[in-house]
Design a protein around this ligand. Sequence first.
Ligand code: ADP
Ligand code: TRP
Length: 334
Amino acid sequence: MKSKICLTGIKPTGTPHLGNYIGSIKPALSLAKKENHQSFYFIADYHALINNHDKSMLEEQIYEVAASWLALGLDSEKTTLYQQSDIPEILELNWILSCFAGKGLLNRAHAYKAATDKNKQSHKDCDSGVSMGLFCYPVLMAADILFISSDIVPVGADQVQHIEIARDIAQTFNHTYGETLSIPESFVQKEAALVPGLDGRKMSKSYNNHIPLFLPEKKLRKLIMKIPTDSTPPETPKDPEQSNVFKLYQTLANPNQLNEQREKYQNGISWGEAKQELYELINKDLAPARERYADLMNNKKIIREILREGAERVRPKAQNLLQEVKERIGLKLK
Ligand code: ADP
Ligand code: TRP
């Protein structure tokens, strides 16, 4: 049986947070353990270049994302971990695919749409501050996914539109030249689709409402204690579904813990206690990885070596697919 190819990427734009872990890293790591699954996880550094023009910060954040994957359990023998910019074939494919991507399709992509909507609201030119990198973001993402014939792409719900765009581009290509590109499926875990941030909106580095994964214990506790709550007295029953503290608890708890916690809310729990329990749950889950993360960040040579080996494994696959694509479109003269 042909094995399924799983692929996902994370932008190096800061230490990954709980939303990245629950929405993307954790499901990706469990897919990687499945039989008949080959996994390829990468650091989307060219995507990060859209916003990050600070050389040393970008470098550091590439290390941070790689170290996070490894600390959280990625086995680099089984899963190929690599840096996007080490695979130049992705950029060749990016150009080819851009010739199959309707501009209208990209006009509707959510990052571009959000930028133009914001400009319109403040009466600026709609494309003010928008780079071609931001506009073409989904095409590069399609190249990331299609160059390796990905079957499954584990992501948070916010990325589903991008996978749909990749599917659309691949189908247009196949329609023109015959079956060449595999059509990927997004893999979104319902309960992990959207992890709320400290303020209740989607957890995101760009909203600065995130829980970074490897904060020292004390800082982690302090951050969790700051989650805004109302002034309901401790003994008053609380609706868990209305509480951000509970929603965060839900992302890591097992069914038993969840039932117990639900009961406590219904019987009345103080917010301080509820937050303490959330802190303990997160801390217990992340403490072992925190140590491995610190070791790796003190030993960057190991990270460089793993990324180099990853690129060596992936590049021949990229070269093969590109060769086939070029033959299909008539660029390889015979
Ligand atoms: P950010 O929004 O903080 O910049 P990224 O865009 O780098 O995060 O996201 C990397 C991966 O993590 C993507 O698969 C994305 O869907 C997932 N992800 C990010 N934030 C969340 C969240 N709050 N809930 C679930 N998944 C998320
Ligand atoms: N766009 C994704 C994000 O913001 C990162 C990413 C880039 C990605 N290329 C990808 C995710 C390919 C999955 C597959 O999180």
